[in-house]
Design a protein around this ligand. Sequence first.
Ligand SMILES: C[S@@+](CC[C@H](N)C(=O)[O-])C[C@H]1O[C@@H](n2cnc3c(N)ncnc32)[C@H](O)[C@@H]1O
Length: 260
Amino acid sequence: MAGLFDKQAEVYSEARPTYPKEWYSKLAGLTPQHSLAWDVGTGNGQAALGLAEHYEQVLASDISESQLKHAFQHPRVRYIHTPMSISEDEMVNLIGGGHENSVDLVTVAEAVHWFDLPKFYSLVKRLLRKPGGTIAVWAYNKLLVSPDFDPVFNHFREKCIPFQNPNLIYIRENYRTLPFPFEGVGLSHEGEPMTLEIPKEMSFQGLMRMLKSYSAVPTAKDQGVDLLSEEVIKEFQRVWGGHDLVRSVKYEAFMLVGKL
Ligand SMILES: C[S@@+](CC[C@H](N)C(=O)[O-])C[C@H]1O[C@@H](n2cnc3c(N)ncnc32)[C@H](O)[C@@H]1O
């Protein structure tokens, strides 16, 4: 699994969106204390950096050492490599310094669908501070650009499906089917995530980097299929409106927030 993300690590940091600042202030408003936040599946720290504005310390963990090597640095963020083989007790030691009930906020951005969910949720339940500890998981799926562009992008996404890990069904279903055994807060609960938008200024080169960072792209290539052939790239360029155009685009995102 880590290998899948190792291959993408270099393009990932430039390709993927960061999340709106208001998301972090809203989440921080839900936790009575602000000592420790834990961003899991942090990648290059896309969410960890936002959390650092609100929490004294942010621990940001990932199974991929390569992703962490390309992570954005911040004095309040500590990156931790957590191999798949690590036990639950070892995780309590690493994240909680040996203490349960110690994490104010757990976030998982664009990653929880990769996890062994029963194991992960059992660990989260031990680590969250009681009362008040909060978990938020979110992801994004569709890119909304224009009536010309969107069908071409949707067609590309469909072509990716046979090369995707089966867990990505949770993303395709906008986390509506994702198990989330926490008491819903705000506008979401298990089965009914809230929908959000991530605005971004994107160049055509940025779009290409984003498409190349999809896990299906190298998987398909290994099987002799080029999802981003010259022909596909030309079609994207045509519906984008030209190679040099920078566009205001939106990702459609969805989030589940809960407490114990
Ligand atoms: C799509 S990336 C998301 C990265 C970042 N959070 C973001 O918002 O862009 C998914 C990340 O989850 C990590 N990951 C996958 N399975 C994991 C697991 N079981 N434990 C921790 N991290 C995991 C991958 O290595 C990868 O960095």
